[in-house]
Structure formats: structure tokens, C-alpha cells
Design a protein around this ligand. Structure first.
Ligand code: ZN
Length: 388
């Protein structure tokens, strides 16, 4: 509700406006609920809208607009007490009394297992609004849909009919959300790749939040051959290096695949994202997903340390001057390979049509060993002059 409405309501019951606001579901706005499309005025008590006609349907998975479930024992101990989270469909059990929440006296008070209590506690610990917690609930929603269908409209009924089955499905959905980086376990092999990409996150994050320009479109060879080349040997090397670059960006930022892939030019995103998902599922089945993430995190750490602006290099790369300078630095280098080298080893982009998949037979690495250092030094000087 608006600040002035909260102040007014507070003056009646002798509470501060902030205390009144904290009693409202908007406290979960940005975690389990989303009030983005509702203005505070919709909840002004002066409007005298009947409680069951409040526009709450769209904000998220509530038990009902006006009702909630409750813990029988909590109410016995403190008559009149209502936990605000009891309004949420994702609150199924009391973590203090280990009882299933009841919607009326007829189904009151089944005991639940320790596993259910732990699952429930994990969900309730995510209620503070933050981008991370919002992602958690969005993913939980998607997992519940995949596990039990359109649950928002039917979970309340189902939990009364078959509580064990619902609690088990709920437990599995939460466990899957809490296993980032393992798409096979998370069930993504059977999801449409767009929604899987939206929810596939790396297991750990370096919490890097600065420019993505330190991540090239293709992972540079010296990072790629260090472990990732073995893991990603099935696809073409160029695709594999793009997948590795996206994996490194995910590990650095903690972003899901669907966001990290924006690193790449638009036309490359769909394919790369679908391929990365497929290959990661394969790696996981072979017990090598952990190795993949570890190698990506190592690559990310080094890229951040090197702090090269690849977008800047990409621009310089298209400049004829760069070619001339690289060529005069190493006059004996085969001139046409210089163009490939510029894009592939130095700017690490997709932008040139000159790039041939010559990395396959090792000729570019050979070329790089012989001429790379001299050309790199000359180009770094060019960049320094430009920056000055
Ligand atoms: Zn209780």
C-alpha cells in the first residue's frame, strides 16, 4: 500500500508505517511474488474493496487471495498468530513443529519427515527479495510445472488429496533447483532449450560484475587447450571454443546460460546455447560435468586477470592498419595466415569471414608460436597509441 495509507492505518492500531508495510505480502515482492504490474493504490484500505476481490491473482503462488493454511500447533500456542508465509503455496510444512500445514480442521496436523522440514526451511530462507532469490523461485516454479503440471491452480487441492505425493514432488523440485550446473539431474534434457537455458546456472560464481569485454567470443587457445579441449572434443573446435567462452562467462558472473550467451553475436546464441546444454548433459552422464565447470572457472579467473578488452581489439582488427603493422613486425610470416591469426588468436571473434577452421590441424598454433609474440607486441603498441 502507499506510504500515506500505511501511516493512516498505523495511526488506528498504534503502529509505525514501516510495521504496517512489513505485515503485507509485498514483503515477498522480488522473491516468491511479483507486484510489478500492480500499483500500491490498488491496496488502499480507504477504497473498501472486498478482500477477496483484491487483484492478487497475478502476483504469484498464493494459497488463496484471502485465506491461508496454518500450523495447528502454532495456533494452539499463540491463538491469533498467523505467519505471513502461510499465504504462500510453497509453504507446506511448519519447520518448528514438523507438521503439514492445514487448510481446515479436517486435514489438520500430519507429521512430516525431517527431509520435508529441511526442504521447507531451504525455501523459506529464500524469501528476502533479491535477484538471486527471485531466480530461485522462478526456477522452482518451472520445476514444479514440469513435475506436477500447472500447480498454482491445483496444488491446494492435491495436497489435501495426496499429501505424500505432493511433498515428494515438492522435495524433488527443490533439490533440482539447488543443484545448479547439473542439467541432466535437473531434468533439462527434456525441457525446451530456451527455458532450460533460462535456468541453467553454474555451480559457483566469482561474482564478477564488471565489463563482459574481457570475455572473447571464442575462448583463446591457451585457455581452451588447457583441459577444455579434451572435454569438448565432439563439436567443431570453433563451436567448442564458443561454448567454453560462454561457460567461463557463466562462472565469472553466476548468470544463467540464457543471459551469459548474450556475450555472443545474436546469430550465434541459439545454436551455441543448445549445444552447450546437450554437451553438458553428456558430460554429466560421463561424470565429467564437475571437471567442465572447474576448467571454465579457471579460464574465467585468468581472463579476468588478463583484463584484455576483446571488443576493442575486435574493432582494431578490422582496421587495415592492424594487418599492415602485424605484417611489418613479422615480414617472413605467410601474409594470408596473418588475417586468420588476427581474428582467431588475437581478437578471438567471429567477425571475419577469413577465419578458416585451420586450428584443427594445429597450423594456427604453429604459426602463433613462430610469429605471435612479435605481432602481438606490435599490435599492443598500436592499441596503446590509440588509447593515448
Ligand atoms: Zn508450527
Amino acid at each position: 500500500m502507499t506510504e500515506s495509507a500505511a501511516t493512516e492505518a498505523g495511526s488506528v492500531v498504534n503502529l509505525k508505517a514501516g510495521e504496517i508495510q512489513a505485515m503485507h505480502l509485498s514483503r515477498y515482492d522480488g522473491s516468491a511474488l511479483d507486484f510489478t504490474h500492480l500499483t500500491p493504490e490498488a491496496f488502499d484500505p480507504a477504497l473498501t474493496v472486498a478482500a477477496d476481490r483484491l487483484p492478487l491473482g497475478g502476483v504469484g503462488p498464493l494459497v488463496k487471495a484471502t485465506l491461508d493454511r496454518y500450523c495447528v500447533q502454532c495456533v494452539v500456542e499463540a491463538p491469533g498468530y498467523r505467519a505471513m508465509s502461510w499465504r504462500l503455496q510453497v509453504h507446506l510444512a511448519c519447520t518448528r513443529h514438523h507438521l503439514r500445514l492445514a487448510s481446515d480442521a479436517s486435514n489438520a496436523g500430519d507429521a512430516v519427515s525431517r527431509d520435508v522440514v529441511e526442504t521447507q526451511a531451504a525455501v523459506l530462507s529464500r524469501l528476502a527479495p533479491s535477484a538471486e532469490n527471485q531466480g530461485f523461485f522462478q526456477h522452482l516454479h518451472a520445476q514444479l510445472v514440469s513435475e506436477i503440471g500447472p500447480w498454482r491452480s491445483s496444488l491446494d487441492r492435491r495436497v489435501q488429496e495426496t499429501p505424500e505425493a505432493v511433498l515428494e514432488a515438492f522435495g524433488l523440485a527443490v533439490a533440482r533447483v539447488m543443484s545448479p550446473g547439473y542439467p541432466d539431474y535437473q531434468g533439462f534434457a527434456h525441457w525446451p532449450s530456451l527455458s532450460a537455458a533460462r535456468h541453467l546456472r553454474p555451480p559457483d560464481s566469482l561474482a564478477y560484475d564488471r565489463s563482459l569485454h574481457v570475455f572473447p567470443h571464442l575462448l583463446p587457445m591457451h585457455h581452451f587447450t588447457h583441459g577444455l579441449a579434451d572435454l569438448l572434443h565432439r563439436p567443431q573446435i570453433r563451436q567448442a571454443r564458443a561454448m567454453a567462452a560462454v561457460g567461463a562467462a557463466m562462472c565469472a558472473t553466476g548468470h544463467p546460460l540464457g543471459v551469459a550467451v548474450r556475450l555472443l553475436p545474436e546469430r550465434r546464441r541459439g545454436t551455441t546455447s543448445a549445444m552447450l546444454l546437450n554437451h553438458l548433459v553428456q558430460l554429466e552422464r560421463e561424470g565429467r560435468a564437475e571437471q567442465f565447470w572447474r576448467s571454465c572457472a579457471e579460464a574465467a579467473t585468468q581472463l579476468i586477470r588478463e583484463s584484455v578488452d576483446y571488443r576493442h581489439r575486435e574493432k582494431v582488427c578490422g582496421d587495415e592498419n592492424a594487418y599492415v603493422i602485424a605484417r611489418s613486425a613479422e615480414p617472413s610470416a605467410y601474409p594470408r595466415t596473418i588475417r586468420t591469426w588476427l581474428v582467431d588468436q588475437w581478437a578471438c571473434t567471429y567477425t571475419s569471414s577469413n577465419v578458416r577452421p585451420s586450428v584443427r590441424d594445429g597450423s594456427i598454433e604453429y604459426f602463433d608460436r613462430n610469429f605471435g609474440p612479435g605481432m602481438r607486441a606490435a599490435l599492443e603498441r598500436l592499441l596503446a597509441e590509440r588509447a593515448a
